[in-house]
Design a protein around this ligand. Structure first.
Ligand code: ATP
Length: 364
């Protein structure tokens, strides 16, 4: 297996549910390439089409148009059990009357593997998910987190090429969930299996994934590494959905290729990379993360000036809400150091300093 080769490709996939005036595109011309050995996450709000895309890769649904390819081959004709793809569902779908070991063996028995092979693989899987001491317990006698691990072990046991995980951690409490996030990442790295993970939790996506596809209303808006998506969101939805963002408008004064000279609402001029078609005189929107802004005395090194409206202490950091001269509001988040106390208070005038690479011109 060549690392980085294509595992799955969706080409111009459309999925329409209903017909006539009721017709509705759950997926609207989706194209994505997922590489072998990748931890790939589909991230988006409820109803954006994540599960529909996953079900199509698994073979539970067929595209209305477009194509799904596994290992470079179209798979429309292949039923789910003939694809080397396994799914871990939100509900785990374990057999309550069977033991942990019997649940893990189930898929291997369906594939008619020999008894010695099944025994060896079950042992290996129990070790991998650290459930050896519980091998003979029935699954209704173990905790939710343990059931989650058994579900994973069962799906991993036949060593599928691809594992699909549909919000598998959503039933767990926060602490267990954090633990399982680390565990899942470890399992993926140890097995080298391509994981496609579905979640609406942006933090989960950022911490676990090699790459993320952000979806909204049946479309993929951006595909990139967690850093790409967080630091360089391409449009307003992505910037807003992932983390907190300040939006501010600027006017294009000059445009040369990908670069443009912009006038901020403060009147300050900056030179920025622009990926849209915005021309001279057009307004563009800039996204700025609250933690990428420095507060400073107002001077010519500042891009903005503002007045503190309120100060909120959060323990690890302090958040300042400011009214910005020239228009709008901004949030600034500064990390608290030991013994630090905010000297700023409501009503104070301050300057805001932002490095050019922390200002992202959005497509819209
Ligand atoms: P969630 O996070 O809530 O699971 P999702 O992003 O996985 O959401 P999907 O389950 O893919 O979203 O659904 C996408 C859209 O398609 C939704 O509006 C849903 O109501 C609709 N949909 C899904 N399955 C069907 C179906 N069988 N018939 C009609 N509409 C459907």
């Amino acid at each position: 297996m060549v690392a980085g080769a294509t595992a799955i490709e969706a080409r111009n996939v459309v999925k329409t549910f209903g017909s006539g005036s009721e017709a509705f595109n759950a997926l609207d011309n989706v194209s994505v390439t997922i590489r072998q050995n990748e931890f790939f996450t589909l991230l988006g709000p409820s109803g954006c089409g994540k599960t529909t895309l996953l079900r199509m890769i698994a073979g539970f649904e067929l595209p209305t148009s477009g194509e799904i390819m596994l290992d470079g081959q179209p798979v429309a004709h292949l039923p789910p059990f003939k694809r080397q793809v396994n799914t871990v569902f939100q509900s785990y779908a374990l057999f309550p009357h069977l033991t942990v070991a019997q649940n893990i063996a189930f898929g291997l028995e369906m594939l008619r593997r020999s008894k010695s092979e099944i025994d060896a693989q079950v042992d290996k899987m129990l070790k991998l998910v650290q459930m050896e001491p519980m091998r003979n317990r029935r699954v209704n006698q173990i905790s939710g987190g343990q059931q989650q691990r058994v579900a994973l072990a069962r799906a991993l046991a036949p060593h599928p090429k691809v594992l699909l995980l549909d919000e598998p951690l959503s039933a767990l409490d926060l602490k267990l969930r954090k633990g399982m996030q680390i565990e899942l990442k470890r399992l993926q790295m140890e097995t080298g299996i391509t994981f496609i993970f579905v979640t609406h939790d942006q933090e989960e996506a950022l911490t676990m994934s090699d790459r993320i596809a952000v979806m909204s209303k049946g479309k993929i808006l951006q595909i990139g590494t967690p850093t790409d998506i967080y630091e360089r969101p391409s449009d307003r939805f992505v910037a807003d959905f992932i983390g907190e963002t300040n939006f501010t408008q600027a006017e294009v004064l000059e445009r040369r290729g990908d670069e443009g000279r912009l006038r901020l609402c403060s009147g300050v001029e900056i030179v920025q990379q622009i990926n849209s078609h915005a021309g001279i005189g057009d307004k563009v929107t800039l996204a700025i993360r609250p933690e990428r802004i420095e507060l400073a005395p107002q001077d010519e090194t500042c891009q903005f000036a503002g007045t503190v409206q309120n100060v909120v202490y959060f323990g690890t950091d302090t958040t300042y809400h400011l009214d910005i001269q020239g228009g709008g509001q901004m949030t600034v988040r500064l990390q608290n150091r030991w013994g630090h106390q905010s000297v700023l208070q409501a009503g104070d005038d301050v300057g805001l300093r932002v490095a050019p690479e922390a200002m992202q011109v959005l497509k819209d």
